[in-house]
Design a protein around this ligand. Sequence first.
Ligand SMILES: [Zn+2]
Length: 268
Amino acid sequence: MYILIYIMGTIFGSFLTLAVYRIPLKKDITHERSFCPKCNHRLEFLDLIPVFSYIFLKGKCRYCGEKIRIRYLILEILSGLIFLILYISMKFNYPFFEIDKMVYFVMLIIFYITIALIAGIDKEYRTINRGVIIFGTIIQVFYILYLCIVNNTIMYRYSIYLGLLILCLLFDKLLKTKENKSNYLLELIIFCLYINLFVDSILFIFIILTSSVILLWTKVIQKLKQNVNLKSIDFKKENLNKIGFGFYIGISTIIVLIIQNFTYYWRG
Ligand SMILES: [Zn+2]
């Protein structure tokens, strides 16, 4: 089971790199096969196996010899690990079949996927992708409805966040059609409201705190690097400055999510 979950994670990691590249360009993410960005050769099944294909091909394109960025391999391994950690954090009791936990786990994975996508796209393009938010929100509405039916309680807190989220999305749409530009702050508010649909408000404060700490930490590292080696930072500086806050919020959400699960399920 662990191996299966890990493999699922690496497959998602491989999908993530492709989706982050294709979604903002409005390209198809499910039907069109991947291809090498250098020689445009379509990748065969063997080239698409996460982690292993990278090792077997020694990090190079099979057709033109172009180096594949190590970042892809790291992302695949990391994503596999996060799937595995999330699975372990649920503390499933074999051989019992716990339907509530299973449904929650699926939701957790979907939430993680949307957060990772939003963070990745924000890092590359400095924009919060509305399509991913809307997709995740619709899934979450179904989940809240499911919880209402099963537990027979109405989740008022979620309804408030959901209402605000829809309002902000409409406002954002209006801004875009009227002035043909989007407001990054509004995008961040939308992202924060979206996160609040899934995590506790107290944990959300932690998310804001952690992302600020990570941001500060990166800035300090950046500064230190500037002092040590001015030449290496020069071409990287622009890139680093372009990283949006949404990326940091995404990263800390994933961290907080893991901690939340462990404290909830492992303390008993
Ligand atoms: Zn190639």
